[in-house]
Design a protein around this ligand. Structure first.
Ligand code: ATP
Ligand code: MG
Ligand code: MG
Ligand code: MG
Length: 481
């Protein structure tokens, strides 16, 4: 099956079960101060779960563009290094708002994977929530019973609260989840070493593909759990991972989701992608990944900029530029030339990109060219520091700040380059330099990019450190005093 067929098969399977197909929400979140980017299919339906709005249909199916580079979900450092975490990915989801529950959700996910997609049941493990007495959370017996109708019971594994209990925040709807993991190793390998020991262990061939969340409780302010009057199902399946399983590849990047982009990069750079762990191959994967995140963010209205969500996009783009400059031998803007490949690929499902193809490419090209102007000098600067360093493999705060301020290096880029040379960055020193600049410009804003954290702004505020340097290098966190 091609990736297009795999996607439409998912949508049609649930459509045939009375689900309404709805479009993806934009990747950039504009109306929710608690979230910068959509990071899961459920974001756009949050108000349905909270009871603030009534859905037009109790059953929905979609594919949602997600971005996981900030807050609770930050996969940026895995991207390109591993073969199955992306910055931007599609999350396929089926939804029940107070309609069907565990029985149907479990049966359908099993039937879809084994009968329609024809995944060998011997490759599948499922997990159910084991319970947590200290919090008064019960073992998910219902899910276990439903699964045991389909799966051999020794393939139903118990999972802990971290992996198998979902909460929107400190209060509100929550519930156990059941995940589906696929063992992509060969039959011989599977017989030799039991795959259940590899589930949730970051094994590159034993990967989580689908999460089924069963919202059945409401967490109250005092921590108690109340049963919800209406129970909901929220599922999320990683599209690129599913394609990789079905196309029997060793890596998401070997599927037809990425091959067009990788071919195009090969042509532009005159290099071949080998799928290895070399820096060049990592660079190929990073580019193939980052171009998607940046393209869709711009198409959804988030231009690269110096703060907030815009800076996240700028950071991703600059990271990609440095990868092609350093490892693929390209000194000219390159990413913008990949936009046509993506827009054609996604024309049927996300037309927002093909509709604005030229605009997106133009913005990208300008961004690339402007960073390429200072990149070389910045790289020379950091090289010098690394070569001249006597004792202490640390890039000091002033240098990190100079790289940021003069050469446009986001701190995570400096950190990445430093770590490639077994150096660390004096982050505290960098923060202090930042703070000095902030004090100079008296620009004090406050933002928290945690997943569901309310944004607070205050005038009488005291600097309490950076919340997450991976996310916002220049946005400090303030606390009311
Ligand atoms: P993982 O443990 O692999 O990081 P997760 O538990 O964080 O995944 P969920 O929040 O349960 O993921 O999201 C639902 C599904 O979305 C996952 O089962 C997976 O298939 C997919 N997914 C999650 N993160 C990514 C990512 N960064 N890139 C691609 N697919 C992802
Ligand atoms: Mg994760
Ligand atoms: Mg997981
Ligand atoms: Mg999960």
């Amino acid at each position: 099956m091609t990736s297009k067929e795999i996607r439409s098969t998912f949508l049609q399977f649930f459509e045939a079960r009375q689900h309404t197909i709805v479009p993806s929400a934009p990747i950039v979140v504009k109306n929710d101060p608690t979230l910068l980017f959509t990071n899961a299919g459920m974001n756009q339906f949050k108000d349905y779960f909270l009871g603030n709005r009534t859905p037009e249909s109790r059953r929905i199916v979609d594919t949602q563009k997600c971005l996981r580079v900030s807050g609770k979900h930050n996969d940026l450092e895995e991207v390109g290094v591993d073969t199955y975490h992306h910055t931007m990915f599609e999350m396929l989801g089926n939804w029940s708002f107070g309609d069907y529950f565990k029985k149907e959700a479990i049966e359908w996910s099993w039937r879809l994977l084994t009968e329609v997609y024809r995944i060998d049941p011997d490759q599948i493990y499922v997990t159910v929530f084991e319970g947590d007495e200290s919090e008064g959370l019960p073992f998910d017996q219902d899910a276990y019973d439903e699964w045991s109708k389909w799966v051999e019971t020794d393939r139903i594994l118990k999972g802990n609260k971290k992996d198998n209990f979902w909460e929107m925040g400190d209060t509100g709807p929550c519930g156990p989840c059941s995940e589906i993991h696929i063992d992509c190793r060969s039959k011989t390998e599977r017989e030799e070493f039991d795959g259940r020991n590899l589930v949730n262990e970051d094994h590159p061939q034993v990967i989580e593909i689908w999460n089924n969340v069963f919202m059945e409780f409401n967490r109250l302010k005092d921590g108690r759990l109340q049963e919800l009057p209406e129970k909901h199902v929220d599922t999320g399946m990683g599209f690129e991972r599913l394609v990789r399983v079905l196309q029997q590849k060793k890596s998401n990047y070997d599927t037809d989701v990425f091959s067009g982009t990788i071919d195009a990069i090969e042509k532009i750079c005159g290099m071949g992608y080998q799928g290895s762990d070399s820096r060049e191959d990592i660079a190929f994967r990073v580019l193939a990944d980052h171009i998607r995140a940046v393209s869709f963010a711009i198409a959804d209205g988030q231009l690269p900029s110096n703060s907030g969500a815009g800076y996240v996009i700028r950071r991703i783009l600059r990271r990609a530029v440095r990868y092609y400059y350093s490892y693929l031998g390209s000194e000219d803007a390159l990413l913008y030339r990949l936009v046509p490949v993506l827009s054609e690929q996604f024309e049927d499902v996300f037309p927002e990109l093909s509709n604005q193809q030229e605009f997106v490419a133009k913005v990208m090209r300008e961004e690339e060219e402007s960073f390429l102007k200072t990149l070389e000098k910045g790289l020379r600067k950091i090289d010098e520091v690394i070569r001249q360093s006597q004792g202490g493999a640390v890039v000091n705060g002033q240098v990190a700040f100079e790289l940021y301020d003069t050469f446009g290096f986001p701190i995570d880029l400096t950190r990445l380059i430093a770590s490639e040379n077994n150096f660390t960055v004096d982050e505290e020193g960098f923060e202090q330099e930042m703070q000095k600049q902030k004090n100079r410009s008296r620009a004090a804003t406050s933002i928290d990019t945690g997943d569901w954290v309310i944004l607070k702004e205050s005038t009488g505020s005291q600097f309490v450190g950076y919340q997450d340097l991976m996310i916002e290098t220049e946005v400090a966190r303030y606390r009311k005093v």
